[in-house]
Design a protein around this ligand. Structure first.
Ligand code: EPZ
Length: 421
């Protein structure tokens, strides 16, 4: 295992180029199962979750060509296997997104239930209810979802709650179903819009993505296309927060500023200067951070995937504030690690109360999940002294070359073999 070692206190300065979006790439890779043709994706991020998804697609029978960095060709001409095994799904719950495509194309799928993860139970009941509404028979056996359908048929289905991958799974299922499907109370995240756009370019008919009601006309076949993955909005926000917490001047290039409006508004409220360009955002901070409350919400609200990183920033705020996590039930695993670095944070249910301190101090800390790891990186960059972050495999799931990118901004950061775990 690796650890990351940071000598903090250096204001970050410069530009950082944003990679392709993890949360767009994963559903798009699953969507490749909807056609026998070759799909070509550019700006695919080099992440652990992408490698896991490649492994899964190979097991299902797809042919992959990923010899050009950032470019991935997937050809699922023949599906030879219909199982997403526990050992893969438990490492990455997004694997459940093969369920929709396999049911649409093959009428059968045996997908391991993902089980819980560090940030919550994360059930997939909505995914399954939607497939049942479309005529699938769903049985839960030995920890697996056993799904069967002669052919999925269009349905009018309302989600009981907003779910991003639930919306994505059912869009993919409906794209090859017989007839029309209406999905209500859908997620409107940019990654959902990206998936719908790609399915339409493949010959599908998906209307309304980006609004709560999506209408999908099923078709008999879809064709292969070439597509460039959208930039990763969570990566953008993470680097901007790194600039803010270190009192630096950081510009994120090659991004879509409109995707992170709620974060940019919050950064301005916290006293950070924000300059928005056509495809870039620059933040300038003098290190004085105003404490500001935030509540996480589905898009376009303040993204839950920024919550841990934002908490690190508020740990050095000028007074006190409250962070309410409304999306996941256990997404405060980073709190105790930040407290080890001198932060003053108390959790009560869905709320964390933060009393700003002047300075954080370097310490040994342990990553627990992807965005918690990012939060500890930010805290380490701002802290006095040396921070050692253990179990950074969590980080590698969602951030491409993070230590290279922040060291190019002036950080004193390195990755080492971890002899402690
Ligand atoms: C997606 O996860 C993202 N992952 C998450 O990013 C992100 O935090 C989340 O959406 C919320 O924005 C990908 O896109 C691969 P949900 P997803 O279904 O789809 C409950 C990261 O850090 N729920 O929108 O799994 C669920 O428990 C990751 O990049 C049900 O109860 O999230 C949660 O409380 C973390 N039943 C809430 O809904 C269901 O069937 C929202 O979950 C589905 C979800």
């Amino acid at each position: 295992m690796d650890k990351i070692v940071i000598n903090g206190g250096i204001p970050l300065k410069g530009s950082v180029t944003i990679s392709g979006s993890k949360n767009a790439a994963l559903p798009l890779m699953c969507a490749s199962l909807l056609t026998r043709d070759e799909m070509t994706f550019h700006r695919v991020p080099g992440l652990r979750d992408v490698r896991t998804t490649k492994q899964l697609l190979l097991q299902l029978g797809a042919q992959l060509d990923d010899f050009t960095p950032g470019t991935l060709r997937i050809k699922a001409r023949d599906i030879v296997e219909h199982t997403a095994p526990y050992e893969l799904v438990k490492t990455m719950r997004a694997s459940v997104m093969v369920l929709g495509p396999l049911m649409a194309r093959e009428g059968r799928a045996d997908v391991s239930l993902p089980g819980g993860c560090a940030i919550g139970a994360r059930p997939i009941d909505q995914h399954l209810k939607g497939l049942e509404a479309m005529g699938a028979s769903i049985e839960l056996k030995n920890g697996y979802v056993i799904a069967r359908a002669s052919r999925l048929v269009g349905a009018d289905f309302s989600f009981d709650l907003v779910t991003v991958t639930g919306t994505e799974n059912l869009i993919m299922a409906a794209s090859l179903a017989q007839g029309t499907t209406v999905l209500r109370n859908c997620a409107i995240e940019p990654e959902v819009v990206e998936l719908a756009h790609v399915i339409n370019r493949m010959g599908g008919r998906v209307e309304g993505a980006g609004t709560p009601t999506i209408i999908i006309e099923g078709t008999d076949r879809l064709s292969g296309i070439v597509h460039e993955v959208m930039p990763d909005r969570i990566e953008v926000g993470t680097y901007l927060l790194a600039g803010a917490i270190t009192g630096g001047d950081v510009k994120a290039e090659g991004c879509v500023p409109q995707h992170i409006t709620s974060l940019l508004d919050k950064l301005e409220e916290a006293g950070v200067t924000v300059e928005v360009g056509e495809s870039s955002v620059r933040v300038i901070s003098n290190g004085a951070i105003k404490s500001c409350d935030v509540t996480t919400d589905p898009y376009p609200g303040f993204a839950t995937d920024f919550q841990a990183q934002y908490m690190a920033l508020m740990a050095i705020g000028d007074s006190q504030c409250e962070i309410t996590e409304k999306v996941f039930e256990n997404r405060f695993m980073h709190v105790q690690e930040l407290v080890r670095m001198g932060a003053e944070i108390r959790v009560s249910g869905k709320k964390a109360r933060i009393e700003g301190v002047k300075k954080l101090s370097g310490a040994h800390v342990q990553a627990t999940d992807l965005r918690a790891s990012a939060s500890l990186i930010l805290a380490g960059l701002a802290a006095e002294g040396t921070t050692e972050i253990h179990r950074v495999y969590h980080l590698d799931r969602g951030y491409e070359n993070i230590e290279e990118k922040v060291s190019q901004l002036g950080a004193d950061i390195r990755r080492e073999k971890d002899d402690m775990v």
